[in-house]
Design a protein around this ligand. Structure first.
Ligand code: PLP
Length: 387
C-alpha cells in the first residue's frame, strides 16, 4: 500500500454505459408481456447484421454459445484439430472442446497480441480442420493472411470477434471473412445485453441450423409459432441447446448498438489520453492500429516492462485495487491453465510469447462510462505505483 486511496468510489473495470433508452425499452418489453425470444431479438439480429455487413445473424445467450454452435455447424470429424491462439479467454478453447474437437495453441505475436500465423502454420497436421483467430482487444487479425493460410490447408475459419464489434480490416468488418463470426455481448463488451452473443455468416441454411441448435433443436421457436396465426406443433430436429437470447436482453442490445459509434469515439479519447499520459512509465503500451484497419478499442492492455522496473505485474494489480481502481488481466497464457496443461501436455516455455505477455499484462478501465476524472485517477495511480 503506497498511499491512502483518494477516490470515494471504486472504479469498476469494464462497467457498462446503460442509458435511458435501455431502461425504457426493458420496461416496454415487460409491458408487452413477451419477455423471451421474440420481436426485439429479431430486431437486434437484423440491425447487427446490417452493422457488420453480414448476410445472416443469429442471436444467442453468450459469445461462448456462439463459438460452440459455429464449431458444431462445421460438422468436423470428432477429434479434429483446431488451431487457436494461446493468448485468449478460455471460452475460445472451451468451445472447441465442447464441439468434440482438439484445440491446438499457436503462440501470439508480442506486439499485436494476435495469433502468430507463422507459428500457426507450423502446427498444421493431417488432422487440422479449422482455425479460430481471435481479434485480440479489438485489433483485427490480418484476415488476408488468415484466409490465405486457411486456403493453403483447406481449413474452416471461425472468427472470435468477442472484442471486436467495431473492428474492420481493409474496410470490411471482422467476422465476415471466415465461415462464421462470433460476437459477445457480455457486460464488459462494447455492446452489452448483460449476457449474450451473435453468430454471423452469409449462408441462410447455416444460419437456420444455428437457430435450430440454439432453441433445443426445435423446428420453430415459440415466437415463430405464436406469430403464425394458428397453433403450430414443433418438431425436434436434433438434440439442440438452450442458447437463445431473450427480448429483455435484446432491449439493452438494440440501444447499445445504436450508440456504438459515439461510445467508440469516447474510447478513442481515453485511449489517446492514456497513450500520452502513461508514456515514460516502465510500460509497453498497446501498439498503434495497423494501417487499413479499424481497432475496436475494447481493451487497453499494458505490459510491465521488467527491464526498467522491479515492480511486478501482480504488485501493480493489487496497488491499483488498493487505490480503488479496478483492472483486469487479459490473459494468463491459456495453454498453461490446469485443464489444458494436464490434458494436452503443455509445459512452461512451449508458447514463449503468450507466457511473456501473460506474466506482464494488465488492463486499465477503457469503457465509455470512465469520466475524465476517473481517467486522471488511473494515470495518477499508475504513476504512483510505477515511477
Ligand atoms: C476472446 C473471447 N472469446 C470468447 C468470449 C466468450 O464470450 P461470453 O462471455 O459472452 O460467453 C470472451 C468473453 O469474455 C472473450 O473475451
Amino acid at each position: 500500500m503506497t498511499a491512502p486511496p483518494w477516490r470515494d468510489e471504486y472504479l469498476v473495470f469494464g462497467s457498462p454505459c446503460i442509458g435511458e433508452e435501455e431502461r425504457r425499452e426493458v420496461l416496454a418489453c415487460i409491458d408487452s408481456r413477451w419477455l423471451g425470444a421474440g420481436p426485439r431479438v429479431h430486431r437486434l439480429e437484423s440491425e447487427f447484421k446490417d452493422y457488420v455487413g453480414a448476410g445472416q445473424a443469429v442471436a444467442v445467450n453468450s459469445g461462448t454459445a456462439a463459438l460452440h454452435l459455429a464449431l458444431l455447424e462445421l460438422g468436423l470429424p470428432a477429434g479434429s484439430e483446431v488451431i487457436t491462439s494461446a493468448m485468449t479467454f478460455c471460452a475460445t478453447a472451451n468451445a472447441i472442446v465442447h464441439a468434440g474437437l482438439v484445440p491446438v495453441f499457436a503462440d501470439c505475436d508480442r506486439r499485436t497480441l494476435n495469433i502468430d500465423l507463422a507459428d500457426a502454420e507450423r502446427r498444421v497436421t493431417g488432422r487440422t480442420r479449422a482455425i479460430v483467430p481471435v481479434h485480440f482487444a479489438g485489433r483485427p487479425c490480418d484476415m488476408r493472411a488468415v484466409m490465405r493460410l486457411a486456403g493453403r490447408h483447406r481449413l474452416r475459419v471461425v472468427e472470435d470477434c468477442a472484442h471486436a464489434i467495431e473492428a474492420t480490416f481493409e474496410g470490411r468488418h471482422v467476422g465476415t471473412f471466415g465461415d462464421f463470426g462470433c460476437f459477445s455481448f457480455y457486460v464488459t463488451k462494447n455492446v452489452t445485453t448483460v449476457e449474450g452473443g451473435m453468430v454471423v455468416c452469409d449462408d441462410a441454411r447455416r444460419a437456420d441450423r444455428i437457430r435450430v441448435l440454439a432453441s433445443n433443436g426445435l423446428s420453430r421457436d415459440a415466437w415463430r409459432r405464436a406469430s403464425s396465426g394458428a397453433y403450430v406443433h414443433y418438431d425436434v430436429l436434433e438434440p439442440g441447446f438452450k442458447y437463445n437470447l431473450t427480448d429483455i436482453a435484446a432491449s439493452f442490445g438494440i440501444h447499445q448498438l445504436a450508440r456504438i459509434e459515439g461510445a467508440h469515439a469516447r474510447r478513442r479519447e481515453l485511449w489517446d489520453f492514456y497513450r500520452s499520459e502513461l508514456d515514460g512509465l516502465p510500460l509497453c503500451l498497446p501498439a498503434d492500429p495497423e494501417p487499413g484497419t479499424r481497432h475496436a478499442l475494447h481493451l487497453y492492455t499494458c505490459l510491465v516492462d521488467d527491464r526498467s522496473t522491479r515492480v511486478s505485474r501482480d504488485a501493480v494489480l493489487s496497488g491499483l485495487h488498493d487505490l480503488k481502481i479496478g483492472s483486469g488481466v487479459h490473459y494468463r497464457a491459456l495453454h498453461l491453465q490446469s485443464y489444458y496443461r494436464d490434458t494436452f501436455g503443455y509445459r512452461p516455455g512451449d508458447r514463449p510469447n503468450a507466457e511473456f505477455v501473460g506474466d506482464r499484462t494488465f488492463s486499465i478501465p477503457l469503457s465509455p462510462s470512465v469520466t475524465d476524472e476517473d481517467a486522471r485517477d488511473v494515470v495518477r495511480a499508475a504513476r504512483l505505483l510505477l515511477s
